[in-house]
Design a protein around this ligand. Sequence first.
Ligand code: CP
Length: 321
Amino acid sequence: MRRIYPHRHLLGIEGLTRPEIVALLDAAESLFDVSRRSVRKVPTLRGKTVVNLFYEPSTRTRTSFELAGKRLSADVINISVSTSSAVKGESLLDTVQNLQAMQPDVLVIRHSASGAPHHIAERTRAAVVNAGDGTHEHPTQALLDAFTIRRAKGRLEGLEVAICGDIVHSRVARSNAHLLTTMGARVRFAGPRTLLPVAGESLGATIYDRIEPALEGADVVMMLRVQRERLSGSFLPSTREYSRTFGLNPARLALAKPDAIVMHPGPMNRGVEIDPRVADGQQSVILDQVEAGVAVRMAVLWVLAAEANEFSATGEPRPAV
Ligand code: CP
């Protein structure tokens, strides 16, 4: 049987083909309703073990990977670095080798160092999922964003997507640019000059140093968090000035198409990059993104951990072809 996702790991969106992305989104679609049933569990990954290893804080990604694994009947272990032996100085590689000795099937890792999941993937037998590495990639975020857009708009191809804010530090922007351009959408990056990629690293996006022209006629407006933890004082004059020049408020949103959707990966800085009237408004799909995150992560765990994908995503046996 041909595998719908032929890779051992999910380390990034860069390099995935259009059919591979569509297969992951379709698998997520088939799993979406599991979370809306009264019994939110299918037997698909019974007997498999998923370890979540998070070296950076997370609410959405960590919780949804845990729920995704549990809803597929996998055993899920969460390791919070603040209560692990990392605080005693154990290295990432030693930690992973010790976890490997306990025979996990999937290792989900978030780390502040770009490339950390790739480093681990070369040194473990488990499938590795990148849950966000430094400023590099956040592939499951891009997949859940694409899933949300596809549900709202019916397609990805041909859409105009404005991604606004701190582009240069954003792994979300990078993964989304790779995915959306692969799927035939057009991406616009907008941000202050100090937070835009340098020439040659635009990832196929059109670059704007003002938000208004990037919003004009957009089908999708994706606001990014101002990442205070990755910013030194020289990048921004002040959050108040940032809000005045780059914050998404109702007047600015009116520049986009009337049926444009508003997205944000979270956590939001309300009143900085996004006005609460927009975040909580009719066009916001921010909580839809969160719901999509569970289905997408179920799909990712399924394609990586199920035996040659021989079951349908919901665990129904299907004939070998
Ligand atoms: N979008 C996202 O990665 O959120 P968390 O940091 O809460 O996981």
